[in-house]
Design a binder for this molecule. Structure first.
Ligand code: SF4
Length: 472
């Protein structure tokens, strides 16, 4: 594992008159590609008739023009980009998850992981449920369809099902008539809503996807809120379905996952990253000639470090924008060659210089070691690595692949030892106490850094989770 991966991006759209929503959903998913690169899917709703296409691969691979043109026009659509780890990267786990039930149809997209998935699955299996995927999303779909049998509307079914879920879920549910957005009571994963000029609505994991389809940002879906969009253009909000829980948005969304042009819960990701860099300059200053960032997510923090320290900002590493995900996931040898293909040093910036090198995180240390080696080979005199997050010390149960502690370098080595392993002259991490300043809030999850989990974590189930790599 070189980098931490987000599990998913979700997108939904509703429009007053039928139009080519497959194309708009494609544009939205393209903007959310960074949240999941291993699978994508779209379901278009044409007057209650659902058309779905989903497969493994990047959005533009899954949806070439001949596939996109095969979708009918519709008044609603949902889409999904997915990241799946070993064992979870299967075609059948791709979303949207389409379900036919006694009272109609439903398509569901989900970002996050349930922390009680193992218990729910086993209870439901004991009651006779048969699951076809290893995804948490199927558990949610099952609970909603079961609840639908007892209720008069899809929103009542969602209201009945969702309180059984624990952990992280930003969901979009599409029925024949309605589009429903739900964010878990802690709001681990972002979800926002936008308005189109024609009166239609757009739902998306990040505001950058609203921009991509020309929708204006309306507001975030609040933690614990359910929003129902109706064919009459109404937007109904229910903030009471889940009771009250403290907000805990994932701080790593700001540090790494989200796109810098997104605004999550009122906080600009770009600004949060710059702030992390500035705080890092205060807590871990360095004598150096130039500050450079590891593209892409280290760049904003590098700018913040440079501004706060007065050390000039430089472009020292270039990312090959055309490299595919092939080099990121499958095997160690492919990952080894991937760093050289992905990043290239600019000798003019680094040769003979004392460098502050900013990256967003260190997981195993292998990627950092390769980057430091690249810069040394390009003539860097000193490399002072600064990390815009604290060390990872604990697994994440809320929708990312921060894995068991045995794979986290900071669980086994001191900062000085890590500096030696990666070949840096010095190393400094953002202090955990600085994290609330990034989002201007205490309402953040910091569990993978601090061990302070906002929900109960079922240990056996969680262990099982990491063995089976279930992801939604
Ligand atoms: Fe985010 Fe870490 Fe919390 Fe997971 S444990 S939700 S990655 S802050």
């Amino acid at each position: 594992m070189g980098k931490i991966h987000e599990e998913c991006g979700v997108f939904g759209i509703m429009t007053p008159q039928p139009e080519n929503l497959a194309h708009l959903t494609y544009c939205g998913l393209f903007a959310l590609q960074h949240r999941g690169q291993e699978g994508a899917g779209i379901t278009v709703n044409d007057d209650g008739v659902f058309t779905t296409h989903k497969d493994l691969g990047l959005v533009d691979h899954v949806f070439p023009p001949q596939v996109l043109s095969g979708f009918p026009n519709g008044t609603m659509a949902v889409g999904h980009t997915r990241y799946g780890t070993t064992g979870g990267n299967q075609r059948r786990n791709c979303q949207p998850m389409e379900v036919n039930h006694q009272k109609g149809k439903m398509a569901l997209v989900h970002n996050g992981n349930l922390s009680n998935a193992g218990r729910l699955r086993s209870v439901l299996e004991q009651r006779g449920a048969i699951f076809h995927t290893t995804s948490d999303t199927e558990i949610i779909a099952y609970l909603i369809t079961q609840a639908r049998l007892q209720t008069d509307s899809i929103e009542d079914a969602v209201r009945l099902a969702v309180p059984q879920l624990e952990g992280a879920f930003s969901l979009i549910v599409m029925s024949a008539q309605k589009l429903i957005a739900v964010r878990d009571p802690h709001g681990f994963r972002p979800l926002c809503i936008g308005r189109r000029q024609n009166g239609g609505f757009v739902l998306a994991s990040e505001s950058c996807a609203l921009n991509a389809v020309g929708a204006a940002f309306l507001r975030d879906v609040e933690p614990g809120e359910m929003i129902v969009l109706t064919p009459d253009g109404e937007m109904l909000s229910d903030r009471r379905y889940a009771g009250t829980s403290p907000k805990r948005i994932c701080i790593f969304e700001y540090i790494y996952f989200a796109r810098p042009d997104s605004v999550l819960d009122g906080v600009s990701v770009h600004t949060a990253r710059k702030k992390a860099g500035a705080l890092l300059a205060q807590s871990h200053p360095a004598d150096a000639d130039v500050v450079i960032g590891v593209p892409d997510s280290g760049l904003d923090a590098a700018l913040g470090f440079a501004e706060a320290s007065g050390i000039p900002y430089g472009i020292g590493l270039i990312k090959n924008k055309y490299i595919g995900r092939t080099f990121i996931a499958p095997s160690q040898s492919e990952r080894d060659s991937g760093v050289q293909l992905k990043l290239s040093p600019i000798r003019e910036t680094v040769e003979g210089k004392r460098i502050v090198l900013i990256d967003d995180s260190i997981v195993r240390g292998t990627t950092s070691r390769r980057i430091v080696t690249l810069l040394r080979n390009a003539g860097a005199a000193e490399i002072h690595m600064r990390i815009s997050s604290p060390p990872f010390l604990h697994p994440c149960y809320y929708g990312t692949d921060i894995d068991s502690e045995e794979n986290l370098i900071a669980c086994h080595h001191t900062v000085e030892e890590i500096a030696e392993i990666i070949g840096a002259d010095s190393l400094g991490f953002l202090p955990a106490a600085s994290l609330p300043h990034l989002a201007d809030s205490d309402g953040i999850c910091t569990a993978c850094f601090t061990g302070d989990y906002p929900t109960a974590v079922e240990n056996d189930e969680s262990k099982d989770r990491f063995e089976r790599k279930i992801h939604g």
